[in-house]
Ligand binder design. Structure first.
Ligand code: ATP
Ligand code: MG
Length: 147
């Protein structure tokens, strides 16, 4: 039996502060091995914070940063490897597949892919989380599961 995911499709939630953002990320450990999780959200919306929570929940104790320049980061957690992709500068999905994305994702405990719209059709079962600032509430973020 698998644990319930923290949000159902089309559901949203308000998260107050970094700790809640990270705790929400941690709850996605309920995803089965080999899963992909897509994250959308403008600058500062909390993508890295959510990822930090999930990677830490898998037992990884080092720093987690955005793979903005490297495109991909791999975190060897005690629960298995985590793949973290920032596809923002990727022109087409082929560029990622040339980097063995498919195999890397299959063999990872979980793959977190930021700005991965170009891959949505190829991973139809992967949840998509959209993160947003809340107007006039700098201490809040809204997260919506779009799929
Ligand atoms: N739920 C939240 N409420 C308030 N502040 C938050 C929340 N989640 C994250 N933050 C803060 O917002 C800032 C930006 O978060 P983060 O770096 O995770 O965003 P990001 O989406 O990865 O941004 P970027 O696109 O620049 O990589 C950080 O200072 C973080 O502590
Ligand atoms: Mg980031």
């Amino acid at each position: 039996m698998s644990a319930a995911l923290p949000l159902a499709p089309q559901e949203s939630r308000l998260l107050s502060g970094l700790a809640e953002q990270q705790a929400f990320g941690a709850a996605w450990v309920a995803l089965p091995a080999g899963s992909v999780l897509f994250l959308e959200g403008e600058l500062g919306a909390g993508k890295t914070s959510l990822t930090q929570g999930l990677v830490a929940a898998l037992g990884f104790e080092d720093t987690v940063t955005s793979p903005t320049y490297a495109l991909m980061h791999l975190y060897p957690t005690p629960a298995g490897r985590v793949l973290h992709v920032d596809a923002y500068r990727v022109r087409d999905a082929g560029e990622l597949y040339e980097m063995d994305l498919e195999e890397l994702a299959e063999e990872s405990r979980v793959s977190i892919i930021e700005w991965g719209e170009k891959l949505y059709a190829d991973y139809p079962n992967a949840p998509i989380l959209a993160l947003e600032h809340v107007p006039a509430q700098p201490e809040l973020r809204r997260v919506t599961r779009k799929r």
